[in-house]
Design a protein around this ligand. Structure first.
Ligand SMILES: Cc1cc2nc3c(=O)[nH]c(=O)nc-3n(C[C@H](O)[C@H](O)[C@H](O)COP(=O)(O)OP(=O)(O)OC[C@H]3O[C@@H](n4cnc5c(N)ncnc54)[C@H](O)[C@@H]3O)c2cc1C
Length: 417
């Protein structure tokens, strides 16, 4: 016999967990379950990222990324303080290493102010040297509000809080199929049947596939983009006290190989941005025939190859050739040697690509029948997760408290569209 929940969230990453929290806080009367295919929450993007709590500098004013990054970081920092999730306010320097990048620092400073990040400050080459001997740069933008955290610890904390509040977290449960019912859905995993009035798809790297399983036709396809990190040798622990980023390439939604102190005390260099041949392809060369076939059959793949060919080739090379990776670090930190590159780890980003081959540069939500699909939630979605969750709750019709006449009624008439 099928178990019954008012709301089922597919995906126990940071976005799915924060969404469960937002819906529960608005509607504590509803029964909520999270379906997660892995044994623990936060296993994929949320557990393999740079650990940065972004400030909101980079994003085009007016976009969801710009708005939700600022709102989300406030919610995240408040939650972290209340629940003892580690956060360190280390600050960030965005460093110009080529003359043509210097004017971009001013553009970024202007963008930051328009986004409501008022504390940014331009540094000259001399000021930069004074702050960070060892760096090579023609100038920098200082972003004091940037911070670092431990996203896996945040995911575990959210899961524990949700379980205490009665949300069911069903791990080792991959959504395999979904059938429409008059007032909701019947969902199947291997060995479990669930019935629900509403589904929220937060499946990250598999979000487009889950949407397809539920009969929606996503306007984008997820392309996996692997980012490799090297842990740097111990000397960097004292030499790099803050985040050090290059000036980003304005043509791609990635920030470039940067130096990142972790809350555990290490310093990481990365991530690059290499198209992966499998959605969970954490190792270069790892591929999946079915996923590869799907990628090749997609119209956007050709356009992607055309548009990002030379960028993609360089990033791909960085995955295979440590010397190429090293050259990206050396642009900012010239004294780095091959011996400074210690162990390597990787994460895979879920990047939505449009049919014309361009990369989607904002968060994307798609309404389905008694469902909402999160189709693009790449960086800074971990930072923004608490605000993304509120947006999802709004878009799903969980607009207010139990007594709000506009709020969704589950499993019957009156659900707002
Ligand atoms: C290398 C890298 C660096 C990054 N750096 C930062 C950063 O510093 N700061 C920042 O803010 N953001 C960063 N990001 C982005 C951030 O990590 C992601 O935007 C965020 O984690 C997305 O969370 P999510 O819950 O949508 O996805 P995920 O964490 O991937 O969660 C999706 C979950 O859905 C589950 N799932 C998938 N299919 C199914 C199914 N059929 N049934 C059941 N479960 C399913 C998966 O197992 C997974 O646990 C980075 C990402 C990467 C990869």
């Amino acid at each position: 016999m099928a178990e019954r929940f008012d709301v089922v969230i597919v995906g126990g990453g940071i976005v799915g967990l924060a969404t469960a929290r937002a819906v529960h806080r608005r509607r504590p009367d509803l029964s909520i379950a999270i379906l997660e295919k892995e044994r623990t929450v936060g296993t994929h993007q949320s557990g393999h990222n740079s650990g940065v709590v972004h400030s909101g500098v980079y994003y085009r004013p007016g976009t969801l990324k710009a708005k939700l990054c600022l709102e989300g970081r406030k919610g995240l920092l408040a939650y972290a303080a209340e629940h003892e999730v580690p956060v360190r306010a280390v600050g960030k320097l965005i460093v110009a290493t080529r003359p043509r990048e210097v004017p971009t620092l001013d553009e970024l400073a202007d963008r930051a102010r328009r986004n409501g990040v008022d504390s940014v400050r331009r540094l000259t080459a001399e000021e930069l040297q004074d702050r960070l001997p060892g760096i090579a740069g023609l100038g920098a933008l200082q972003v004091p509000t940037a911070a670092i955290t431990d996203y896996p610890a945040l995911a575990s904390s959210l899961a524990a809080t949700l379980q205490r509040d009665g949300v069911a977290i069903l791990t080792d449960q991959r959504l395999e199929s979904a059938a429409r019912e008059p007032h909701g859905w019947q969902l199947s995993t291997y060995g479990r049947e669930l019935r629900t009035g509403f589904v929220i798809n937060c499946a990250g790297l598999h979000a487009d596939l889950v949407a397809g399983t539920m009969g929606s036709r996503p306007p984008v396809q997820i392309v996996p983009v692997r980012g490799d990190f090297y842990k740097l040798s111990a000397r960097f622990r004292t030499q790099v006290p803050c985040l050090v980023y290059p000036v980003p390439d304005p043509n791609v939604p990635f920030l470039g190989v940067h130096l990142t102190p972790t809350v555990g005390g290490d310093v990481l260099a990365g991530p690059n941005a290499a198209i992966a041949l499998s959605r969970e392809g954490y190792r270069p060369g790892q591929w999946d025939l079915r996923q590869l076939g799907r990628m090749m059959a997609y119209r956007g793949t050709l356009g992607l190859a055309r548009g990002y060919g030379s960028f993609g080739a360089r990033e791909w090379l960085r995955s295979w050739c440590p010397a190429e990776f090293l050259s990206a670090i050396r642009r900012m930190w010239p004294s780095t040697t091959p011996d400074d590159l210690m162990s390597r780890t990787s994460g895979v980003r879920a990047q939505a690509v449009r049919p014309d081959g361009s990369m989607e540069d904002d968060f994307v939500f798609l309404r389905g029948e008694e469902a909402l699909h999160v189709l693009n939630a790449p960086s800074p979605a971990a930072t923004a997760s608490f605000a993304i969750a509120e947006r999802i709750a709004d878009e799903s019709g969980f607009s207010g408290g139990v007594n709000d006449p506009n709020t969704r009624s589950i499993g019957g008439e009156g659900a707002p569209e």
